[in-house]
Design a protein around this ligand. Sequence first.
Ligand SMILES: *Cc1c(COP(=O)(O)O)cnc(C)c1O
Length: 405
Amino acid sequence: MPGYERWSDLERKELNDVLDNGVLMRYGFDGMRKGHWKSKELEAAICSTFGCQYAQLTSSGTAALTTALSVLGIGYGDEVITPAFTFVASFEAVLSVGAVPVLVDVDDTLTLNPDAVRKAITPKTKAIMPVHMCGSMADMDALVAICKEHNLILLEDACQSIGGSYKGKQLGTIGDAGTFSFDYVKTMTCAEGGVVMTNREDVYIKSDGYTDHGHDHLGVDRGADLHPFIGYNFRISELHSAVGLAQIKRLPEFLADQKKNHAALKNILSQIPEISFRRIPDPEGDSCSFLCWFLPTEAITKAVVAELKAQGILPGNFYWFDNNWHYIRKWDHLKNAITLNALSPEIKSRLMEHANKDFSASDAVMSRCICTLISLSWTDAQLKEKGEKIIAVVKQVLSKQATTV
Ligand SMILES: *Cc1c(COP(=O)(O)O)cnc(C)c1O
């Protein structure tokens, strides 16, 4: 996944353009900037690369989600359905606009289970927020149909699936809005940054204002801009956009290497019949940032993880079931509604409901799943060695299992 593995003269050149004149802010200072508008250029590149009409850069992926939720009118009294397997940023963003995150089960796609979504819909549901986790996509036909049927907003958290697609459309451009993160570990990086993508002009115009204190950006004098609504500061800087501008030009190369390495690793792991792979709703559209694979039981998976760790080869192989940041099992702060400032009593009690919800369907999937991060920098020899070490561990655990049963 990580664009940080590839740092080049292209990133340095774009950064030096900005350093030359010292205009580090994306707005204003027209006379000083010698024609450098890195953020505007990156937004245009995002629109043409991913096939959306509008793009608004933000200071992070979390800020992009918060912006999208807010400009889509989601807030007090609303529920947003989102998966129990994601990064904490997804529910943080929902809370930050004063709405209630309703976490539901994932299935063997590692994304929202459409049946679980249907069951969670109430009169208060305002939006469905699928998360295209680990490079691959949710079942978008099913989710689009549910949104149409119930008149719900569809917001895609595509932060982890830059370059993935579903039936020919880029992930993040299918719903009312979609977001990417350009933080340091994502497929392409700005160091920190994010984007709201949309084909709705109203969503774009509001995002443009919301991320800059409500500025309408209609005049040439910032100080004289009007403020049609209250906004925040979620601006990206020109330095960050400069890095992103170099990275987006290199994205085809990153994705090609990712796909090549993913296919080679999958080929090696496929030698073991007990290993199965994540279901991909549109296999053509997998961005291949991770290879996610299943073992037959939780006990076998735990034994494999323990042995990978003992042999020092666990790094890069993620067992999300035991992870503090990506799966509900370890989110005690959410289940106990531990915040630094007071929450409304309603949101607090709705959050705490998650402690008693049944996530056994997700547990059954996540407890058997290991996701291997696909590195861009592996040599063929390193990749082969990595794959063979993994299958040696799996074989060792399976044979032990066979003799103890
Ligand atoms: C990285 C990520 C985010 C948040 O992005 P930041 O830029 O780190 O704020 C949101 N959702 C998912 C699924 C992510 O992986």
